[in-house]
Design a protein around this ligand. Structure first.
Ligand code: AMP
Length: 284
């Protein structure tokens, strides 16, 4: 496995590579979710590259950029074991040439959910991906459905900017208790992880409800279900602070009045200051 920290070394390693390249961009503190992305990349490509970079541009003021979990040694051992060919560990200075002169703004897909709570977050995500895609020059890149809004925005970015690049979506990998795996889970105690898992359990109940309603040909009003989920979470786990619980169209992120075939439920919560997100397809 080659580990490169400079753009020059990356270019050199990339030019020597033979065959196709699958790319997994990450912010490190790697876990089983990342591993599945790496495995998928390996299945579909001759080579796999992983980038590890905690991207300051996607953190807002007062967010956890400074305390985001970082463990380079463990991450490199993880990549080696997972059979990664190339790891890119860029520095902020190299990626973001100062002074910054050109900026990217994500359109309507960033107006809701995490884009609304974290102003500028998705602009920062696209800013780093433009740089990474141009530098790594992969044939395909792998993204988790855990960050579903991000996945939609990355797909749009690749289409709008005419990248010759396939974006492959990978289903959310979960802990045994149902909690979506996340680097931020490291900050939680055992009890907090179990409490956080209730978000997914409530989502699954909504999915069941939607199935029954479909069978009975009943329309389920979105607003009512969103409120019900929030109330249940609040009463079961007062330690959880809800940012949003919303049901939206999973292709456009627009809101429907009733649950429809392509509905998806999205949630963001804080537990002891740590922000976690999850989502689940609840349509047909
Ligand atoms: P991150 O390091 O959190 O920026 O994530 C890097 C990539 O891994 C993103 O495409 C995430 O969506 C994906 N990812 C993170 N957690 C999971 C998970 N539990 N299941 C599937 N993909 C994930």
């Amino acid at each position: 496995m080659k580990v490169v920290r400079s753009i020059e070394k990356l270019k050199n390693a990339r030019s020597k590579m033979e065959g196709s390249l699958g790319f997994v961009p990450t912010m490190g503190a790697l876990h089983e979710g990342h591993k599945v992305l790496i495995e998928e990349a390996a299945k579909k490509n001759d080579n796999v590259a992983v980038s590890i970079f905690v991207n300051p541009a996607q953190f807002g003021p007062g967010e956890d950029f400074k305390t985001y979990p970082r463990d380079e040694d463990a991450d490199l051992a993880f990549c080696e074991k997972a059979g990664v060919d190339l790891v890119f560990l860029p520095s902020e200075k190299q990626l973001y040439v100062e002074p910054r002169r050109v900026f990217i703004k994500v359109g309507r897909l960033a107006d809701c959910l995490c884009g609304e709570s974290r102003e500028g977050h998705f602009n920062g995500v696209v800013e780093v991906l433009v740089r990474l895609f141009n530098l790594v020059s992969p044939d395909s890149a792998f993204f988790g459905e855990k960050d579903y809004q991000q996945l939609l925005i990355v797909k749009s970015m690749v289409e709008d900017f005419h990248y010759f690049l396939d974006i492959i979506a990978v289903p959310t990998v979960r802990e045994k208790n149902g909690l979506a795996m996340s680097s931020r889970n490291r900050k939680l105690s055992f009890e907090e992880r179990n409490a956080a898992a209730s978000l997914y359990h409530e989502f699954k109940m909504v999915r069941e409800k939607a199935e029954t309603a479909r069978f009975d040909r009943r329309a389920l009003p979105v607003e009512f279900i969103e409120k019900e989920v929030a109330e249940k979470l609040n009463s079961k786990h007062p330690e959880i602070k809800i940012d949003y619980i919303e049901i939206r169209n999973e292709d456009t992120l627009e809101k429907n009045r009733f649950i429809v075939n392509n509905s998806r439920i999205f949630g963001a919560i804080y537990i002891s200051g740590t922000r976690l997100i999850d989502n689940l397809h609840i349509g047909n």
